[in-house]
Design a protein around this ligand. Structure first.
Ligand SMILES: NC(=O)c1ccc[n+]([C@@H]2O[C@H](COP(=O)([O-])OP(=O)(O)OC[C@H]3O[C@@H](n4cnc5c(N)ncnc54)[C@H](O)[C@@H]3O)[C@@H](O)[C@H]2O)c1
Length: 259
């Protein structure tokens, strides 16, 4: 009988793995026995992840632009070449864009957010699903957000993109169920991270802490979440204890969206 949470023998691919949530999740998957292919954009620095994982970790890092099809095909092929198959896919890479009301939101910035957060997630699904089918099935976790459930002033592109991820998740879950592939998404509220510092500063350059405190006041548990708390949810969804979960929208927000 396997230990609860045990991911021994599983091969996981994590995009955005040099970032806050991606690196915390990569480390958690490794700690539970999985092998991890860490993917992040060209130029991203994996040294912190390598350092935290330690020598001898079953970790392979590679650079790829998750929003470009040739790069996605390449990281999927590389993962299969290095570890033989893909059992778990955390489709996590994302960008926040700028903070501006819709009339002032630059089209190029809007398109860039959709290119990474929607096209990138779509391309990940498109290329990982066939690899998972060859391996007999697996678990995919797409990264959405509470911004996939509610509006947020100044964040039109981000909100639109994260709503789209829920639609992609539900559609992929229906398509892939018969192939023994589960597809869920996670929807974190504000997490203590670079991305939230960027959004706070974008909303109020002179007083980002005020924005932080306003967000925190909307959260019944009274604080932002931590990367490890999101990682726990992803690790659970990745594993066999979640074998009957698919098409789900897993909110992890300290209660923020309950009112
Ligand atoms: N931080 C939060 O509060 C929060 C809340 C809800 C959802 N999310 C989502 O979680 C995910 C991770 O966010 P984070 O907080 O760790 O941010 P982060 O900026 O620390 O990490 C995102 C990572 O994605 C990478 N990335 C961006 N574009 C890429 C591309 N085209 N190809 C490959 N990699 C690319 C970045 O280099 C970065 O390492 C994002 O999808 C984000 O929208 C974050």
């Amino acid at each position: 009988m396997t230990h609860p949470g045990d991911l021994s023998g599983k091969i996981a691919v994590v995009t955005g793995a040099a970032g806050a949530i991606g690196s915390a999740t990569s480390l958690m998957l490794l700690s539970r026995g999985a092998s991890v292919v860490a993917v992040d954009r060209p130029g991203a620095d994996f040294s912190e992840l390598h350092g935290a994982a330690g020598a001898g970790a079953s970790l392979h890092a590679t650079h790829a632009d998750a929003s470009q099809e040739a790069d996605v095909a390449a990281y999927v092929a590389e993962a299969v070449k290095v570890f033989g198959r893909i059992d778990v896919f955390f489709n996590n890479a994302g960008v926040e864009g700028v903070v501006a009301p819709i009339p002032d939101y630059p089209l190029a910035a809007f398109e860039q957010v959709l290119q990474v957060n929607v096209v990138g997630v779509f391309l990940g699904l498109k290329h990982v699903i066939p690899a998972m089918v060859k391996g007999g099935g697996g678990s995919i976790v797409n990264m959405s957000s509470v911004a996939g459930l509610i509006g947020s002033p100044g964040l039109s592109a981000y909100v639109a993109s994260k709503h789209a991820v829920i639609g992609l998740t539900r559609t992929a879950a229906i398509e892939c169920g018969p192939q023994n592939i589960r597809v869920n998404c996670v929807n974190p509220g504000p997490i203590e991270s670079r991305m939230m510092r960027s959004i706070e500063a974008g909303a109020a350059p002179a007083s980002p802490q005020v924005v932080h405190d306003q967000f925190a006041q909307r959260i019944p548990l009274g604080r932002y979440g931590r990367c490890e708390e999101v990682a726990s949810m992803v690790a659970f969804l990745a594993g066999d204890e979640a074998r009957y979960l698919t098409g789900g929208v897993f909110v992890i927000d300290g209660g923020m969206t309950t009112s």
